[in-house]
Design a protein around this ligand. Structure first.
Ligand code: FE2
Length: 351
């Protein structure tokens, strides 16, 4: 079977847009590692598509599933060679982890933040949570500082299991930090910590499916959010953030994976951001690394995995890009209510 045939099978079974080149990327990932999580990460495609691709490879006799490993067979090696496919290599800069940032000036913040984050609430499936590593949160703050979006600015965080609001307030750089979250555990943790540490942090309990409270509209210079990745869910977060910006010059920081969002969805999202009045100024692949959440075995993709191994808590495989947008025109977004399930679509894997 040609790679194109496998791509067609994936499209038909899962409704996820992939092409023959994508299937080649799955094979390149399987050439590089026997570990299922590393393969999923390296392939950089919707996770359910990669799982289906690996099943097809096994049926072709290109790989074998043994224990917890995905082993390439001699037949698999020959196919790869014939197609000119080489093992995937990330070639990530070991010093900055590919973020291109010098974090030394933020070392003190990183230490203080790690101390406060120790008692954070664990990630909850109910709210599609899964938080980034502490280093990632600090790197986000450093990047925002370097872009002039932090010092002396009014900052809003929409959904904050990553504790970005805490790190921002702890830096003592912003003029004001406000944060919205639906999870009462996060709200309580942020309020309590802010009180103990005498941090200026306005914490609101708010469901982002609901319109923003009027007092938060057009009031901020910068927003941060790491949206759920269905198209509707993504827009719910992104549009709320944009509607909170004061106007042109305001900036937003958003996460977006390749594991739950095909490039077809990326394109829809990018177009929606542009239509809302923003330009995409920066895009860092794999900027965010996530700590493994406790509901790995009940997430949607688990049953699709060809080999099942629970990864260690600090064995990152789920990563996402950081996208910075800047408003260049007056925002064109509606502050509407979103009803129903905003978390799930064909590509959802970790919900
Ligand atoms: Fe570097």
């Amino acid at each position: 079977m040609e790679l194109a045939g496998i791509a067609q099978r994936i499209r038909e079974k899962h409704g996820i847009p992939v092409n023959a080149r994508d299937v080649g990327r799955m094979l390149a990932a399987a050439l590089a590692s026997e570990d299922i999580w590393r393969i999923v990460d390296l392939a950089g495609l919707p996770m359910l598509a990669t799982c289906e691709g690996l099943q097809a490879f096994a049926e072709q006799g290109w790989v074998e599933f043994g224990g917890e490993r995905v082993r390439l067979t001699e037949a698999g090696k020959r196919v790869a060679e014939a197609l000119g496919i080489r093992p995937a290599q990330e070639l990530r800069c070991p010093r900055c982890g590919g973020r291109g940032l010098e974090l030394e000036p933020f070392r003190g913040l990183a230490q203080e933040f790690a101390r406060l984050a120790r008692n954070r609430p664990e990630a909850s499936q109910e709210f599609d949570q899964g938080y980034v590593t502490e280093e990632t949160t600090v790197a986000r703050i450093a990047l925002a500082f370097s872009r002039g979006d932090l010092a002396g600015k009014e900052v809003l965080v929409l959904g904050d299991d990553d504790l970005v609001s805490l790190a921002a307030a702890l830096s003592r750089l912003p003029k004001r930090v406000a944060v919205l979250d639906v999870d009462p555990r996060i709200v309580d943790f942020l309020r309590q910590t802010a009180k103990e540490e005498r941090l200026a942090l306005d914490v609101y309990r708010h469901d982002l499916r609901e319109p923003l409270p009027p007092e938060l509209l057009r009031r901020f210079d910068t927003f941060f959010c790491d949206p759920t990745e269905s198209f509707r869910g993504y827009l719910a977060f992104a549009h709320r953030g944009i509607s909170a910006l004061r106007g042109p010059g305001g900036a937003g920081y958003l996460g977006l994976t390749r594991l739950e969002a095909s490039l077809t969805k990326w394109r829809q999202i990018q177009r929606a951001l542009l239509e809302a009045g923003a330009a995409i100024t920066d895009l860092f692949p794999n900027f965010h690394e996530y700590v493994n959440w406790p509901y790995i075995e009940t997430m949607r993709a688990w049953s699709h995995l060809p080999v099942k191994r629970v990864p260690g808590k600090y064995e990152p495989w789920y990563r996402s890009a950081l996208i910075r947008i800047e408003l260049v025109e007056e925002a064109r977004v509606e502050n509407v209510r979103y009803s129903g399930d905003i978390f799930t679509d064909e590509e959802a894997a970790t919900t």
